[in-house]
Design a protein around this ligand. Structure first.
Ligand code: SAH
Length: 260
């Protein structure tokens, strides 16, 4: 796998708290009859998504057809601040304000493929950010629970997810510190952490179902971190209950709150 950069720490761009008029009117589609069809959200900018994820498939060696289909369906341009909409299909992280970013598409693809979500799975995401990764999981799983630490971003994600049609039943959002997970909804078959703590929060490991997979960037702030995949292979919380693999070097924003 030839992947290096993930989430850059850059930024200084304000996240918009309203979706803005630019989002709704991105693309209009025409039916075979020549009459304008009611635009389906999954059709908006589909050609750009197709090109992006064909390249991601080749470069990052992500071949899971369900994951690729999900990535082709989710309108990433609806999850970036409106002024950056034109850049939504570049394989780059983009600023969403508050020193945070929407992850690079390659990284979302690698992380999602690593946890191999099944249609009956219950998923937990820590770090809702823009809501994009939650939408990708919602395409693949039965239910997605996602926690965001920063209240303005939690609102941004909620608006994006609602605008793209993901909030009706499958995605549950919470604002707060994801360190302790979401005990009332545990155990989870899939846990995706999109900010980097120095070590894996123990409550998240203990909320992993039998056979469940957790993907997480681990390492010090500002340095290169390792993307780790943990699989529950036994009961209890001891080191023998998990298989741990390192996937690749990444750079994520730091985990805030208790895990800091
Ligand atoms: N998954 C997001 C990526 C967002 S970047 C997306 O698809 O857009 C990481 C996010 O994790 C940021 O929004 C940050 O505020 C959030 N975060 C950091 N520490 C957290 C914590 N302890 N609990 C919940 N969210 C956290």
């Amino acid at each position: 796998m030839r992947v290096a950069g993930a989430l850059l720490l850059v930024l200084g761009c304000e996240a918009r708290s309203d979706p803005g008029p630019g989002r709704a009117a991105q693309v209009s589609t025409a039916s075979d009859t020549g009459r304008p069809a009611a635009p389906k959200k999954s059709d908006e900018r589909a050609a750009e998504r197709e090109a992006l994820f064909r390249s991601v498939e080749r470069e990052a060696e992500v071949h899971d057809p369900r994951v690729l289909a999900a990535l082709r369906r989710v309108p990433r341009h609806r999850f970036v601040p409106a002024p950056l909409s034109d850049r939504a299909y570049e394989d780059r992280p983009l600023p969403i304000g508050h020193d945070q970013t929407i992850s690079q598409p390659t990284v979302v693809a690698v992380m999602t493929a690593a946890v191999a979500p099944a249609s009956t799975d219950r998923c937990l995401e820590i770090g809702t950010g823009s809501g994009y990764q939650a939408a990708v999981l919602a395409e693949l799983c039965a239910r997605v629970y996602s926690i965001e630490y920063l209240a303005p971003l939690a609102r941004f994600a909620e608006e994006n997810l609602r605008g793209a049609g993901y909030l009706e039943d499958r995605v549950m959002l919470r604002t707060g510190d994801g360190y302790r997970g979401w005990p009332e909804a545990a155990p989870f078959h899939v846990i995706v952490v999109t900010a980097a703590p120095e070590s894996v929060p123990k409550p998240l490991l203990s909320q992993l179902a039998a056979g469940g997979r957790l993907v997480i960037p681990v390492g010090p702030e500002g340095a290169v971190q390792e993307l780790e995949l943990w699989t529950r292979t036994g009961s209890g919380d001891g080191p023998n209950a998990f298989d741990r693999r390192t996937l690749m070097a990444v750079r994520f924003v730091p985990f805030l709150g208790e895990g800091r």
